[in-house]
Design a protein around this ligand. Structure first.
Ligand code: SF4
Length: 395
């Protein structure tokens, strides 16, 4: 199917890999998938490096083998890639060439974001002062990243050498749900207007986002409004909601096991002393961020916008409209909770670098694992009734 549309996040060009200067590496902790074309290319190498390729590639599973410590078997001690050194840049598979560029494919084209699971991409995201946006781009402007990849090879030329329209291709038997996709695109534009509205506090924007997505989910599911219910203590209800969402993180698989222990410590620190203590921490943390110009509201806005851009329209494939919009808010809230925990652990002190580290580590666990992304959608979807009641209470 021809792809006619290419959209990229507006700060894409700011990214430059830190390579051996990176505080982490993207070549550890996960089995890097190899695309078919690269696998074929590796099998055709006939020089002295072919034995190393055979030894370090699991061709049956289409992945690079990992060392005992989880590192990619091609990762050298100086954090450079042995294959890159031996065979050059062209030898890289799609995953390695593209990362941290995150690509979503839709009926009419591709969207490219920068995954916040890379520390440099996370730093750039949190440094954005202006609202972030997806911008239309010419295919060839992103050709360096996309043209050689399998995903760009879907393009079909017809007999006259002209590209066919994506929608027509869908009409020819593709089951892509165009109607839902257009609804999601329109809704995402509305949600982006909300998240960028700096005239109101982030918390109010978050409530509006969740409300819009919840109403759309109800409409798609043919559900009338849920029964009204009243809460006496709204702050307490927020406390229980956030602590319950935090518990969801414990159900994920951990690519780096030590992060699970840190998470448990943070959970105890934040929630074990009840809602009053939690609220006090929030107030003091907000004050600290204001006094130290850490731009907490702006950072939350950018994280929510990032998750909306990365995943909301993916609901066209699984119908998790509410879970994806609520997820954008929930991930922001959870990252913010982890910032508070770090601030407490540091003796009521935190800097921008700590905030970047927490964002990329969170994104790495969530986004570098498809099972985790799917699990989170399922878990967050279960919060819909509780969240609907809280949202109505705010009106
Ligand atoms: S994590 Fe990001 S900055 Fe670090 S090596 Fe990978 S792509 Fe480069």
């Amino acid at each position: 199917m021809m792809k006619t549309m290419y959209r990229v996040i507006n700060y894409l060009e700011e990214f430059k890999c830190l390579a051996d200067k990176c505080p982490d590496t993207c070549c550890s902790g996960w089995a890097i998938e190899i695309d078919e074309k690269s696998l074929k290319k590796y099998s055709e190498v006939s020089n002295s490096y072919s034995e190393i390729l055979t030894e370090k590639i699991d061709a049956d599973e289409c992945v690079f083998r990992q060392k005992e410590n989880g590192d990619c078997s091609f990762l050298c001690e100086n954090k450079l890639c042995d294959m890159y050194i031996a065979l050059g840049e062209d030898s890289l598979c799609d995953t390695c060439r593209l990362y941290p560029r995150h690509i979503e494919e839709y009926g009419d084209g591709y969207e490219m974001n920068l995954s916040a699971s890379c520390p440099e991409a996370a730093r750039i995201l949190l440094a954005q002062e202006e609202p972030i946006a997806m911008v239309d781009t010419d295919y060839y402007e992103v050709a360096g990243a996309m043209a050689d990849c399998d995903i760009a090879d879907d393009d079909d030329e017809n007999a006259d050498g002209e590209y066919s329209d994506g929608e027509n291709a869908a009409d020819d038997g593709d089951e892509f749900d165009w109607e839902l996709y257009r609804t999601l695109l329109d809704t995402r534009a509305d949600l982006m207007d909300i998240v960028r509205d700096r005239s109101i506090p982030y918390k109010d924007r978050a409530v509006k986002i969740v409300k819009v997505a919840s109403e759309l989910q109800d409409k798609l599911d043919g559900i009338e409004k849920n029964a009204e219910e009243q809460f006496d203590e709204l702050d307490e209800e927020y406390f229980y909601l956030v602590s319950d969402i935090f518990e969801c993180l414990k159900e994920l698989e951990y690519l780096k096991p030590s992060r699970e222990g840190l998470l448990n410590e943070a959970g105890t620190l934040l929630f074990s002393e009840g809602s009053d203590h939690w609220l006090e921490l929030h107030k003091a943390f907000t004050k600290y961020c204001d006094e130290n110009n850490l731009k907490l509201e702006l950072k939350k806005e950018q994280i929510t916008a990032y998750y909306l851009y990365s995943y909301f329209c993916g609901a066209v494939y699984d119908n998790y409209v509410f879970a994806k919009a609520f997820g954008a808010v929930a991930h922001t809230v959870l990252i913010s909770e982890l910032w508070i925990a770090k601030w407490v652990q540091n003796g009521k002190c935190i800097c921008s670098e700590d905030m970047v580290n927490i964002l990329y580590e969170y994104a790495r666990e969530l986004e570098n694992s498809n099972p985790n992304l799917i699990k989170m959608d399922e878990l967050l979807d279960d919060f819909k009734i509780d969240v609907d009641m809280l949202v109505r209470h705010n009106e």
